[in-house]
Design a protein around this ligand. Structure first.
Ligand SMILES: C[S@@+](CC[C@H](N)C(=O)[O-])C[C@H]1O[C@@H](n2cnc3c(N)ncnc32)[C@H](O)[C@@H]1O
Ligand SMILES: [Zn+2]
Length: 425
């Protein structure tokens, strides 16, 4: 169904809604594509600018919608569902602080009935309007609230004190760094925050100075820079939280191309906030021989233990676990039991979302880096075996080894690069 949108009044009439709190009705700016489409994402109907589904790069105006982020949203639904599983109480709330078209919040309302209240906010007037329409299209409007405010103004005035939320999501264009304080203040004790960062050039090493001032640590421009980026984002959240007497438990983390997304449980605890330094450390990388390891303190670190050339340091960053394995296990069990598979996964023997969580479940997440099989090949000047074979070989020889979420051709191990080379000779 294609809907031509000429102005808000058309929408009000079409959906017979009285948006009494939005008395000032602004027409769409002239440069905006005024054609709208209603599409289905899983079972959720969503009205989006047609440009968002036609163009290669989804436009920011009139309302942002990225169809390619469907898998990312599928993942978040699974995590939110598993997270609130054990929650008791009358009200479980989800706050979509930068809602865009409202897709994430409306999907939460549709797919997780146990979440009783869904609160949408966006600085942009049209985003809020379209989110309302999308809530109406899906018959979830009565469980929803809508605000049209700057995020920190919204959170500090509406989601505060006795009114904190169970889950708060933040999904900005670029860095979440300026908003972390107000997001952390608005979540209840034992609640969850989900944080997206799309400034991957900063987090993955192109702009180290920017990374240091936004995330309090230096990135590493290596094969595994994506994981370093995730760990820098987690450590910056932990440090901001500790300033507010809060501590974090990372629940899940992932990244792909232009985004990094982390989920952290938030606990009110001076005791654990004092221990934040125990979870942080540095990754030491030698660009000459690719030797890498991690340390808690930089004391005495200068040259490579292996080739004695100068090393490069990433961090401080989160070197502890980044997955809640128990929660991840519940997710894989529930997907396997229910037979859920995204409608677009056509191969019968392959369920991408189950595979995705299964890798996280097996990942050695207390090792903050990985190796890529091509780089081992380059160092050894020969074609190396597949990742699965490498992992098998390492395990047979008494090392720990696993796949990694951050690269299909990557593997983790407690073996050093010299031990790996010896084994794969
Ligand atoms: C990446 S989009 C959100 C996409 C959406 N969450 C989704 O899943 O499709 C970022 C949104 O943040 C809004 N935004 C940007 N700065 C903001 C601010 N300071 N306060 C509130 N909303 C803001 C933009 O209007 C835009 O709709
Ligand atoms: Zn070296």
């Amino acid at each position: 169904m294609i809907i031509k949108l000429y102005n808000d009044i058309f929408i009000f009439k079409l959906f017979k809604v009285n948006f009494s709190n939005n008395s000032e009705i602004a027409p769409l700016p002239d440069h905006c594509d005024k054609t709208w489409s209603v599409i289905l994402e899983n079972d959720t109907k969503i009205m989006v600018p047609s440009g968002a589904i036609k163009e290669k790069e989804p436009p920011k105006f009139p309302v942002f919608f990225n169809p390619a982020a469907k898998f990312n949203r599928d993942v978040s639904i699974q995590i939110y569902k598993a997270f609130i599983d054990s929650k008791k109480g009358n009200e479980i709330s989800f706050v979509d602080t930068m809602t865009g078209s409202g897709i994430r919040g409306v999907r939460v309302a549709n797919e997780i009935p146990k979440i009783t209240k869904i609160i949408f906010n966006d600085l942009d007037y049209f985003s809020v309007l379209i989110s309302k329409i999308n809530a109406i299209l899906n018959n979830v409007y009565t469980r929803c609230e809508f605000y049209n405010k700057e995020i920190c103004n919204f959170l500090s005035t509406k989601i505060n004190f006795e009114n904190r939320a169970t889950i708060v999501d933040i999904d900005p264009f670029g860095t979440p760094a300026p908003y972390l304080d107000c997001v952390l203040r608005s979540v209840e004790n034992g609640g969850l925050i989900s944080v997206t960062a799309t400034d991957t050039a900063v987090l993955c090493g192109v702009y180290p100075k920017v990374c240091y001032r936004k995330y309090y640590g230096y990135p590493l421009r290596t094969n595994y820079s994506g994981e370093i980026g995730v760990r820098l984002l987690v450590s910056s959240i932990a440090l901001v939280a500790s300033r507010l007497d809060l501590s974090i438990i990372p629940v899940f983390s992932h990244g792909y191309r232009n985004y990094i997304r982390v989920y952290c449980k938030i606990l009110k605890s001076n005791y654990f906030a004092n221990k934040v330094h125990e979870k942080l450390g540095y990754v030491v990388h030698c660009f000459n021989c690719r030797y890498r390891y991690f340390v808690k303190s930089l004391y005495g670190i200068s040259n490579c233990n292996n080739c004695h050339k100068k090393v490069t340091i990433g961090g401080p960053l989160w070197t502890s676990q980044i997955f809640d394995k128990e929660l991840t296990r519940r997710i894989t069990d529930s997907i396997a039991e229910s037979g859920y598979r995204p409608i677009e996964s056509d191969k019968l023997n392959h369920n991408p979302i189950l595979d995705f969580f299964a890798i996280a479940l097996s990942e050695l997440d207390d090792i903050p880096f990985y190796y890529v099989n091509d780089e081992i090949g380059k160092v050894m000047k020969k074609n190396v075996m597949s990742v699965t074979k490498i992992i098998e070989t390492l395990k047979i020889n008494g090392y720990q080894s696993s796949k990694t979420m951050f690269a299909p051709n990557g593997f983790k191990t407690n073996a050093s690069i010299t031990e790996i080379q010896k084994l794969l000779k």
